[in-house]
Design a protein around this ligand. Sequence first.
Ligand code: ATP
Ligand code: MG
Length: 463
Amino acid sequence: MLSRITGDVDAVETFLLSGVANALYYVVCLGVYLGMLVYLRWDLTLLALAIVPLFWAAARHFSRLIKAASRERRRRSGSISAVAEEALGNVALVQAYNRQGWEEHRFERENVGKFRAAMASARIRAVYSPVVEVIEVTGGLAVMGLGTWKLAQGQLTLGGLLVFLALIGKLYSPVRGLARLGNTFYAASASAERIIELLDQRPQVVEVPGARRIGRARGDVEFDGIWFRYPDAASWALSDVSFHVASGETLALVGASGAGKSTVAKLQLRFYDPDRGAVLLDGADLRDLSLSEVRENVAVVLQETLVFHGTVRENIAYGRPDATDADVVAAARAADAHEFIERLPEGYDTLVGQRGRTLSGGQCQRLAIARAMIRDAPVLLLDEPTTGLDVGSGRRIMDPLRRLMAGRTTVVISHNLLTVRDATRIVVLDHGRVVEHGAHDDLLGRNGAYARLHRLGAGAVLS
Ligand SMILES: Nc1ncnc2c1ncn2[C@@H]1O[C@H](COP(=O)(O)OP(=O)(O)OP(=O)(O)O)[C@@H](O)[C@H]1O
Ligand SMILES: [Mg+2]
């Protein structure tokens, strides 16, 4: 995708900038010389033009080859960037597992692929130019032949023939230019196709025309008989999941890894639409609401902590672009992040590397909590908010989290039963199904799946 939005766009741009101007120039030249030639000798001109269909046939034949070769070349450049990006992005993994050689091999394979594609396209061009030249010379010779014969017949003067031949040379140069441009044109059209393919991709989640706007929601969340399967996945990620979280309540989602907890969070944000059933916000189906409002009403701390390359301040204010500095500091304090931020070399103006490289996992997590705090949305989604935190920080973060949850509808996904205990209700998921549903004490009393999870040490943090 990156290579399409950079390299391919560049190729089209280059063609438009230089190609179009040159094409106009050649067409004008062609018109002028052709006019002069017809004026001088229409019969010889007609003969000179007899080669045009040959030109056309050659251009057609080669254009297809050139286009295919250019497409392959562009595809290969894309793979080169993708492989390099992946290897560099996962450099820690590559080094830790000593896979440098393997990554070099993958990189080399893509480069050799691109080299082959470039050679193929160079070969095509190398054949094309002489073919064009041969056609041109054939035309020139034919004209010369007929002209000499007419000279011998006395139908043409020597001067007339020389002028005509000089002009023919002039006529063929824009023709050659146009043929060369054809090359660039077909290369650019391969790029244009790749761009169009990208533009033609339609998101699966789209806003309906005339979507309802609800402004700030009360925060009443309901999952009503949700069946959901990831695109191309074989099995249901969620089957017949229903629950209701009234405004201001806290619902905890627990369950083994892969049970479908994060999927619930993704549906709540409408990253996907359910296959059956509906996700309701304040009683309205998310599909009927304006997409941006659905998301404005939700603040998230996702499982994989997402941090941008930018300052700490920018990362926190990402939750609400109009936030003031005081808001940012308040959010950081509430998220128990203020202290470590102050200790960073430039405080709130410290640059965190790409993907938060320069911060620890727990520090990133607290930035993410501060970002959710500042958003001040009625619905809060917390996916494992205490991952990456040691037991002490996990406990410390509880107060900030409680402050964040106060007065908001919260869906919290957690193995840390400290957070779960605060929940009004607990939903236990297993393989995408709701297997238990109730309050902490109830569920413990029932001695079922939840009690088992609890005993298995998920609650160890408690004791
Ligand atoms: N993008 C995806 N495409 C296809 N399948 C997916 C995708 N994301 C998750 N799944 C599958 O959906 C199921 C539920 O995944 P989910 O991420 O909701 O689990 P989870 O309960 O959050 O697990 P964990 O506790 O490990 O975070 C899993 O079987 C997973 O393999
Ligand atoms: Mg998850």
